[in-house]
Design a binder for this molecule. Structure first.
Ligand code: TUI
Length: 323
């Protein structure tokens, strides 16, 4: 068993949270993760409120375990979505791509557990003061919209700066990564990229295959100049972004290129001209598995790598190495 404060706060068996991935994490994937003992998360992304209401209705039929909704704060519907989660009695809200400060009072008044994703210590401290229940630190290894700091640098600095539990995201796809961030002081993980390969993940087959066939250097960050950098798999679209960089193109050109690009990849399967968001750890994801298999693998491998670590401190091990 792996028990931290996160198990208790979220009322889940394992402190493993499925990353909210716009157009991808809907009720099917989220329910499978919740049923396997982690926290499944529906990503609201840029979707309208009615889509989210339907997905919440569906997940309640698929699981009686806790689940969460990820609210992307740059969405044009963020304000409306902030009320939908209250009206639909969603137990846990995760926010991303912005500061959720203005919504916190009403969410806490309605007993919602709130966990913002943050890219810096400053924002973590500010949001702890406003009463969030845990902080999710996301390193720049992650897929999608990213900050500057790596998981390795960000997590211990946030752990030292706040008292609420810290969850680590970005660059984690197996038990070794989970063990590593526990060493940094995190009490849970948020994992996106590995769940792209889940059987219950309804992302387009082409997208899934591109992840499974990828290697370490296949992702890059586009649009740093726009203030909204996004990590994607390299393809014809990412090459176009590079051309815009060279031309010193205006922000509107980047926005035009990005419009509908995630939908094109995730739903329509256009992995050449669509935006295939994924983290740097995609090269580690080698096969399709059920969410239950993924979570059980993660926990088993975390136990293994933790005992490997302890072996290094065993004086008898030195002799074994010399044999
Ligand atoms: O939100 C994410 N990752 C995402 S959202 C997304 S949807 C999208 N679709 C099309 C284009 C762009 C995005 C895809 N991936 N991760 C969480 C995250 N939050 N990463 C970084 C941040 C963040 C950044 C700034 C959180 C807070 C923040 O605050 C700034 C401020 O106002 O203080």
């Amino acid at each position: 068993m792996l028990n931290t404060r996160i198990n208790n706060i979220l009322n889940i068996k394992y402190p493993i949270i499925q990353g909210g991935m716009a157009w991808i994490s809907e009720s099917s994937l989220a329910a499978s993760v919740s049923n396997a003992g982690g926290l499944g998360v529906i990503a609201a992304g840029n979707a309208p409120p009615d889509w989210l209401r339907e997905e919440i209705t569906k997940i309640k039929k698929l699981t009686n375990k806790p689940f969460g909704v990820n609210i992307m704060l740059m969405s044009p519907y963020a304000e409306e979505i902030s009320n939908v989660v209250i009206e639909e009695n969603v137990p846990i809200v995760i926010t991303g791509a912005g500061n959720p400060g203005k919504y916190l009072t009403k969410w806490k008044e309605n007993n919602i557990i709130v966990m913002p994703v943050v890219p810096t210590v400053t924002l973590a401290i500010r949001l702890e003061r406003l009463g969030v229940d845990a902080i999710i630190c996301e390193g720049t290894e992650a897929g999608g919209h990213v900050g500057e700091l790596t998981t390795m640098a960000l997590v211990p600095q946030v752990v030292d700066a706040v008292n609420v539990p810290v969850i680590s995201a970005g660059g984690i796809a197996d038990g070794r990564g989970l063990t590593a961030v526990l060493c940094l002081g995190a009490e849970g993980v948020q994992i996106g990229t590995r769940f792209l390969s889940a059987k219950e993940c309804n992302v387009h087959e082409n997208y899934k295959k591109k992840i499974i066939n990828s290697k370490d250097t296949d992702t890059m960050v586009t649009g740093r100049k726009t203030g909204h950098p996004v990590r994607v798999m390299k393809n014809k679209l990412s090459r176009k972004y590079k051309e815009l960089d060279k031309l010193n193109a205006p922000v509107e050109d980047y926005e035009k290129l990005g419009q509908g690009a995630l939908y094109k990849a995730a739903i329509q399967g256009d992995i050449d001209y669509g935006s295939v968001m994924a983290g740097q750890i995609a090269g580690l994801v080698k096969k399709e598995q059920s969410s239950k298999e993924i979570i059980e693998d993660l926990i088993k491998d975390t136990e293994n790598s933790t005992s490997n670590l302890l072996r290094l401190f065993n004086p008898n091990y030195k002799e074994a190495c010399n044999e």
